[in-house]
Design a protein around this ligand. Sequence first.
Ligand code: MN
Length: 309
Amino acid sequence: MGKIIVIGHKNPDTDSIISSIVGAEYCKNILKQDAVAMRAGDINNETKFILDKFKVKVPAMFKKMPAGSAAVLVDHNESSQLADGLDFSQVERIIDHHKVQIATEKPIMIRTEVLGSTSSLVAKLYREAGKKVPTPMAKLLIAGILSDTWNLTGPTTVEEDKKILRELNKTAKLKINEFAKDMFAAKSSLKGIAIKTIVDGDCKNFEVGKNKLGIAVWETTDPDSVTPQKAKIIQFLKKKKTEEKFDYLFFFVVDVIKQNSVLYIFDDKEKAVAEKAFKVKVTGDEVLLSGVASRKKQIIPPLTENLAK
Ligand SMILES: [Mn+2]
């Protein structure tokens, strides 16, 4: 049996990194595979805070598949989000909570659920195997759940996430609200953060018909801190759109407390689609979208629906 690489999406967020770390433990201890977690890009400041706090090593950067190995994808399933150097013929399993858009040439194992995080699903896999999540891993999974669900308040949160988190915390014993606050402060801080990181840090690519679509979000508890950087961000977006040949590129500053977002407008193409998709009138270089916060649930569906027309 060859090596198993457990890996999340490009521009990895906390859930992607944590579900790869704990997913690799699951593959090792439950599935008895020779598994290792790897990452598909730089980690963000929230993830760094969590791994530092729990003294967990950052997974190694994926370069290419070792000969005879196979990949387990966590927290993604679209080819446009796969790590560079990885292709679908090497994937044997997917563990995810996103919309599904795959076509494979051979049978693979796929487990997706409508949960607030892939971390929740990894916890569920342990439960189904009749095994308790080891304490250090329980702490990590809690962080993954809190990050993706914004401390269980975001629109993708389901009852089961809350139940799973309570269960995990019986062993992890974290002060949840305090911990979540520290995580979000680490994520929102712009200290030492380059414009490129604000835009690329959580940018996901999609193929919609013949269109290459990019949706970048900056999740923050302090949206006002981003405003002074707007001109530079817009400049960066224009360059990125041309250089990476996007048909459409969107950038949202997401307020995870008020749960709304501000979409930066830098091109008439995006403006026209946004006006239709979000039923708003855009006048300047930004537009407030009230009640729009989740990329998965409130941004991707109306955008892709309008682009598919
Ligand atoms: Mn996720």
